[in-house]
Design a protein around this ligand. Structure first.
Ligand code: AOF
Ligand code: ZN
Length: 361
């Protein structure tokens, strides 16, 4: 795009640079919890002079990396940030002040920060210093990318993505329970990318005991494995299960004996019900939770209205009778069915990915 604009003399629209900033922010997905993924691009004239993203909580914010790279060229430049620059001194000093000190002449922000320590004050600090602020460029894309951080900040619980694969006739497994494989290779590679981008992955004790899943992003080069979150009310989880590893979480009843699992580095969340469990996961700083398979667990999540986003692969196969994705609830009329909003349909290899939302970000 930049070459085009240099030839035509038409100034690139803000969306071009914000798109680039969102791409940078994506490098932080799955790595910044409880902080948001944030990207920043600094543009002098029509040239990018600095780029950065927030790599991890405790590390500098996106703006700091971009300003460092830009150096003196930040003076008079426009800064594009996917989240409102912070105004507070947290683990790092305020980014709004750093942008003012660097002498940028304009700041473009995709979305305001819902953090009550910031929300609006970052933009206000910039304006107070005489720097024009443009708010609302690619906001929809930005808030979706920040769904986990926003959910944790506003609701105190992770954003839940429910993922499964089904045949054309809505089956997730054959009557025997065999489900290897419903979707194709391309779909499975995509799922490993999601595992790399999401903080945690839920599994029910039934699935844990019968399948002993690894729950890793092993197909992603340089991938990061999500924290396994084992929903096991009765404490049936065997110590030898492959998901039992340091950083894993066991969600169980208040009275369950767990000392052997704690000794293996497993965090324990004690709760009476799913909403309580979600609050406990939020307290651990988990911003996003991937719910995969397990019809009983997924049904309980839907019944408690805890599913925020759905990603389903439809495979060009027929089974007839077989298992279905959700063990509950079971409305009696179509009028009671849950409707997804903001739906995207994408071919993935031979399969079709349907993605949409049950709750707004
Ligand atoms: C930004 N740029 O890249 C990020 C921001 O504990 P701290 O100091 O890292 O602050 C975390 C808070 O800062 C987080 O809750 C959110 O409000 C904001 N994150 N802000 O200007 C960034 N990651
Ligand atoms: Zn900051």
């Amino acid at each position: 795009e930049l070459a085009f604009h240099m030839h035509t003399g038409i100034y690139p629209p803000d969306e071009v640079f914000m798109h680039r900033a969102l791409g940078l922010a994506a490098h932080g997905l799955g790595r910044t919890a409880p902080n948001p993924p944030v990207g920043c691009v600094i543009v002098q004239g029509e040239q990018v002079v600095g780029e950065g993203f927030h790599p991890q909580a405790g590390q500098p914010h996106a703006e700091v990396f971009a300003l460092r790279q830009a150096g003196d060229r930040a003076k008079g430049a426009t800064a594009y940030v996917t989240l409102e620059p912070c105004s507070h001194s947290g683990r790092t000093p305020p980014c709004a002040s750093a942008l003012v000190a660097a002498g940028v002449s304009r700041v473009v922000i995709a979305a305001l920060d819902p953090n009550p320590q910031v929300s609006g004050r970052g933009a206000e600090r910039l304006r107070a210093a005489g720097i024009p602020v443009t708010l609302g460029v690619m906001t929809d894309e930005a808030v979706k990318q920040q769904a986990g951080f926003r959910s944790l900040t506003v609701r105190g619980q992770p954003w839940v993505v429910y993922k499964y694969a089904m045949t054309l006739d809505g089956r997730t497994a054959a009557v025997s329970g065999d489900s290897r494989w419903v979707s194709g290779e391309a779909a499975r590679a995509l799922v490993h990318g999601w595992r790399d981008h999401l903080d945690a992955i839920a599994v029910g004790s039934g699935t844990l005991i019968t399948d002993d899943p690894l729950l890793t992003a092993r197909e992603v080069p340089g991938g990061r494995d999500p924290r396994p979150v084992i929903f096991d009310r009765r404490g049936r989880t065997p110590l030898a299960a492959r998901a039992v590893r340091p950083g894993a979480v066991l969600v169980t009843a208040p009275e369950t004996e767990t000392s052997h699992l704690e000794a293996a580095g497993v965090h324990i969340v004690r709760a009476h019900d799913l909403p309580g469990a979600m609050t406990g996961l939020g307290a651990l700083g988990i911003t996003t939770l991937l719910l995969e398979g397990g019809a009983t667990l997924a049904g309980a999540f839907l019944a408690a209205d805890l599913i925020d986003e759905v990603r389903v692969f439809v495979a060009p196969k027929l089974l007839g009778l077989g298992q279905s994705s959700l063990a509950a609830p079971h409305p009696t009329t179509m009028g009671q069915a849950r409707d997804l909003t903001d739906v995207n349909v994408t071919p993935v290899g031979q399969d079709v990915l349907i993605q949409g939302y049950l709750h707004a970000v």
